[in-house]
Structure formats: C-alpha cells, structure tokens
Design a protein around this ligand. Structure first.
Ligand code: FES
Length: 68
C-alpha cells in the first residue's frame, strides 16, 4: 500500500529499509524520499517504522554469551 503518494513509497519499501538498518523517519526519508515533499505521509510513515522496528527479529542471543 502506498504511504507516500508524492514519492510513490509503499509500506513494504519502508519495512525493507528498517530491516536494512534504518530506524528513524530521517533515515527512511533520506533513503526513499518519504515525507520530503508535502509531508502529509509523515505520521503514517512513522507508524510503519515503529511497527517494523517492533517486529524486527532480535539479534542472535548466542553472540552475547561469554565464550567458554
Ligand atoms: Fe509523502 Fe507528500 S505524501 S511527501
């Protein structure tokens, strides 16, 4: 579904950027252009970013365990 009409950015594109390390509206805006024209999509884009961060897989806990 399109989130940003001005830049033709979809929710899936935003989720993909979050999975590649983006975690703020500024970062996603720099990468995709979302929210950089009229700005009407910013609120929805932020909610997609928050949801994607909450659903981002956690890092492998094994890397945090002390080595034997
Ligand atoms: Fe995203 Fe206009 S709808 S900048």
């Amino acid at each position: 579904m399109y989130v940003c009409i001005c830049r033709a950015v979809t929710d899936n594109q935003i989720r993909q950027e979050v999975s590649h390390g983006a975690s703020t509206m500024r970062e996603v805006g720099q990468r995709l252009g979302v929210g950089t024209q009229c700005g009407k999509c910013s609120k929805h884009a932020r909610s997609v970013i928050r949801e994607a961060i909450a659903n981002r897989p956690m890092e492998d806990p094994a890397i945090w365990e002390p080595s034997a």
